[in-house]
Design a protein around this ligand. Structure first.
Ligand SMILES: O=C(O)CCC(=O)C(=O)O
Ligand SMILES: [Fe+2]
Length: 379
């Protein structure tokens, strides 16, 4: 599609404020050209299936050796299932129903929230990178800044406001616990990451993936890493989330009652640090591999931010997920972050320069979702 065509189609779609759900409700049987994925994305949808031994790790928060297990999952995968996390299944179900309820409303009820202005607390939109991306994705989003200052109940959509506030509090306690465990896994004092304000800010992302008439021609959310320290993801039972690991796209099959945790770009620390300590040559090799992965910031690459995506929803039911990103996301935050000094040594020098999260979000909003961002901060 010509880029002017694309741009005017994107503008018309945005101005209609009906989202992908509105297109589906209008009875379309073919996806509009705007949503046709690029040849590279379509080719990647046909990539070979992963070998059976590659299975997503599960961390049991009440199990034995939880610090080692969480550290290993964060280093090797950057994404894992979390069970026995203490949040009642009934709360998880109400959260999914709330977000689904919002998106399933009539367009008129949603339109007043439609916005891309991140000074607002609550925003409904379709495709964060609609104007920048080469192809739009088959999903709509309800975004909300839930911490440090939660919005007032009366400013939230009536259908999901109460559960949004309740769930975000639950995830705040869980997030604090996860940051403690991750600090310990890094060999730091358990308060270290929390004291760096990693758990301070939250942005809730209520994603909705309506059934797609041509799921092989588009994508639900393009491959990306999250601009967060950590993301806690709740998905319903439809499926479609995949993580890129050892050059394979691997299904993150829904596990009832479990949450998916993924490490974001700010927390990437990667195993290179350990390797660097032990062997200079293998470190050089791993360093090159890591460059490919796009390295993560404050852990100087010990943990990896997991690249993930969601394929377009080919089922007859909508798919709903709720991601809480521990991040200031698009809001200005002037605190300066850089690789944690305690993790650095002569053999493991800083790989990233200090930066503010504002610099990160400025880059994020000027790029497509799938564009790597971390290399902008490499030394
Ligand atoms: O819907 C999902 O499972 C993933 C959503 C996601 O990756 C995001 O909101 O960043
Ligand atoms: Fe994500």
């Amino acid at each position: 599609m010509e880029s002017t065509d694309r741009s005017s189609q994107a503008k018309a779609f945005d101005e209609a404020k009906i989202g992908v759900k509105g297109l589906v409700d209008s009875g379309i049987t073919e996806i509009p050209a705007l949503f046709r994925a690029t040849p590279a994305t379509l080719a990647s949808l046909k990539s070979p299936p992963p070998p059976k031994h590659l299975t997503i790790p599960t961390v049991d928060l009440k199990g034995a050796s939880v610090v080692e297990k969480i550290g290993e999952a964060a280093e090797k995968w950057g994404l894992f299932h979390l069970v026995n996390h203490g949040i009642p299944v009934e709360v998880l179900e109400r959260m999914i129903q709330g977000i689904r309820g919002f998106h399933e409303q009539e367009p008129e009820a949603k339109k007043r929230f439609y916005s891309r202005d991140h000074t607002r607390d609550v925003l409904y939109f379709s495709n964060h990178d609609l104007q920048n991306s080469e192809a739009a994705s088959w999903r709509d989003t309800l975004g909300c800044y839930t911490a440090p200052e939660p919005p007032r109940l009366e400013d939230l959509p009536a259908v999901c406001g109460e559960i949004m506030l309740e769930y975000s509090k639950e995830i705040m306690s869980l997030g604090e616990r996860l940051f403690e465990l991750l600090s310990e896994a890094l060999g730091l004092n358990s308060h270290h990451l929390k004291d760096m304000d990693c758990a301070k800010s939250q942005y809730m992302v209520g994603q909705h993936y309506p059934p797609c008439p041509q799921p092989d021609l588009t994508i639900g959310i393009n491959k990306h890493t999250d601009i967060s320290f950590l993301t806690v993801l709740l998905q319903d039972n439809v499926g479609g989330l995949q993580v890129f690991h050892e050059q394979y796209w691997i299904d993150v099959t829904p596990v009832p009652g479990a949450l998916v945790i993924n490490i974001g770009d700010f927390l990437q620390v990667k195993k290179i640090m350990l390797l660097l300590r032990s062997c200079f040559i293998s470190c050089m090799i791993w360093g090159l591999i890591l460059l490919f992965y796009c390295v993560q910031l404050i852990t100087n690459d010990k943990f990896i931010s997991a690249e993930h995506r969601v394929i377009a929803n080919g089922s007859s039911e909508p798919r709903t997920s709720v991601a809480i990103v521990f991040s200031t996301f698009m809001r200005a935050y002037s605190r300066v972050y850089g690789p944690i000094k305690d993790l650095l040594s002569a053999e493991n020098p800083a790989k990233y320069r200090d930066c503010t999260l504002t610099e990160f979000s400025t880059i994020f909003s000027s790029k497509t979702l799938d564009a790597p961002k971390l290399h902008h901060f490499k030394i």
